[in-house]
Ligand binder design. Structure first.
Ligand SMILES: [Zn+2]
Length: 317
C-alpha cells in the first residue's frame, strides 16, 4: 500500500471512527463482491473524461448501523457503505420470500424471485447512487465552501431522516435522492424494453424506494427517529413522466403514466403492509399537508442554491 492510499484510509477511519473492512475479508463474499462491482462500474463510467477520473473511491466500513456516507479528503471523493447495510441483503431476501404470494398479485409479468432480486438491487443501487449525487453533483464541495469546519465534514445518509439538519442540507438530501432515482430510471430506459417491461421497472423502482425508507425507519427507531420523509413525491412522478416522455423507444402517453403511477402507489403500500405488518402511513406520513408544504419549501430552496451547488459538480471545469 503506497503513502497516499494509507493516508486516505487513515483519514477515513479517523473521521468516521470506524474501521475499513479489508478486501481480503470481503473478497470471497458474493454480496460484498456484487455491491463493490456495481460501485466501481458506476464510478468508472461517471468519472470518465472528467478531472475526477481515478479520484473517487469506494469502501466498506465496519459498523452495524445501516448507513452510507461520502466525504472529501484533499480532493479525493470517498463513498462508504457500512457492513450493517450490506448484511441487510440476506434478511431482505428471507423476508420477501416469506410473502411470495403477494408478488403473484403484484400485477407484474416477472416471477416473484425475479422481482425480489430486482427490488434488492434497486435498494442497494439507490443507497449508493444517493451518495454519488452528493459526490458528483458537488454537494460536498458546496458545503465545504460554506462550512468553516470543513475538515470534519462527512455526509451521512442517516442524517437525511433526522430533523435537525439545515435547509441547505435538506435540499441536498432531496437532490441526492432525485439524482439516484433519475439514474435508475435512465438505466432501464437505455435498453429497448416493451411498454409492459417499462411499467414493471417503474413499479419496482417505486417499491424499492418505499421499501428502503421503511427499512431505514424500522432500523432507526433506536436513534429516536419518529418521522421519515419519503422522496416519493409529485416531483418524482413528474420526473419519471418527463424521462418516459423523452424516450423515443416507447409510444407512451404522459397522462397514461400519471394514472398508472397513481394506481401503483396504493398497491405497493398494501403490499408492504402485508410484508412488514407495518402500515406505511405509520412510518411515512406522505399525505401529511405539513410534510408536503415542507417538501415544497425544500424544493424552492434547492432552486435558490442550485446554481452555486452545481458549479462544483464533476462535469464542470
Ligand atoms: Zn445524503
Amino acid at each position: 500500500m503506497n503513502d497516499k492510499e494509507s493516508f486516505i484510509r487513515e483519514n477515513i477511519e479517523q473521521r468516521t471512527e470506524r474501521k475499513i473492512l479489508s478486501e481480503e475479508i470481503w473478497r470471497d463474499n458474493p454480496v460484498y463482491t456484487i455491491i463493490n462491482a456495481y460501485a466501481e462500474t458506476i464510478i468508472l463510467n461517471e468519472c470518465k473524461d472528467t478531472k475526477y477520473e481515478g479520484n473517487v473511491r469506494f469502501f466498506f466500513l465496519i459498523d452495524k448501523q445501516i448507513n452510507a456516507l461520502s466525504m472529501d479528503i484533499e480532493g479525493i471523493r470517498v463513498i462508504c457503505m457500512t457492513t450493517g447495510t450490506v448484511e441487510l441483503v440476506p434478511y431482505l431476501v428471507y423476508e420477501m420470500r416469506q410473502c411470495k404470494n403477494f408478488f403473484n398479485d403484484y400485477g407484474s409479468d416477472m416471477n416473484p424471485d425475479e422481482i425480489i432480486k430486482e427490488l434488492i438491487s434497486y435498494i442497494f443501487l439507490h443507497i449508493f447512487l444517493h451518495e454519488c449525487g452528493h459526490v458528483f453533483e458537488g454537494h460536498i464541495q458546496y458545503l465545504n465552501a460554506i462550512v468553516l469546519d470543513a475538515e470534519c465534514l462527512t455526509y451521512s445518509r442517516i442524517d437525511h431522516i433526522q430533523n435537525q439538519i439545515s435547509m441547505d442540507e435538506k435540499a441536498l438530501e432531496y437532490a441526492a435522492d432525485l439524482y439516484g432515482t433519475m439514474y435508475l430510471a435512465q438505466l432501464f430506459l437505455t435498453n429497448s424494453l416493451s411498454r409492459r417491461e417499462v411499467l414493471d421497472k417503474i413499479r419496482n423502482i417505486y417499491a424499492a424506494l418505499i421499501f428502503l425508507y421503511l427499512v431505514l425507519a424500522v432500523f432507526s427507531k433506536d436513534k429516536g427517529v419518529d418521522e421519515v420523509c419519503v422522496p416519493i413525491t409529485s416531483r418524482i412522478n413528474e420526473m419519471l413522466t418527463r424521462v418516459l416522455a423523452d424516450a423515443t423507444v416507447f409510444n407512451i402517453e404522459v397522462g397514461d403514466i400519471q394514472t398508472i403511477l397513481q394506481e401503483i402507489y396504493p398497491a405497493i403500500a398494501i403490499a408492504l403492509y402485508r410484508i412488514t405488518k407495518l402500515k406505511s402511513e405509520d412510518l411515512v406520513d406522505y399525505k401529511n399537508k405539513k410534510f408536503l408544504r415542507e417538501m415544497e419549501e425544500i424544493d424552492n430552496h434547492w432552486n435558490e442554491i442550485k446554481d452555486k451547488v452545481l458549479k462544483f459538480s464533476i462535469w464542470e471545469d
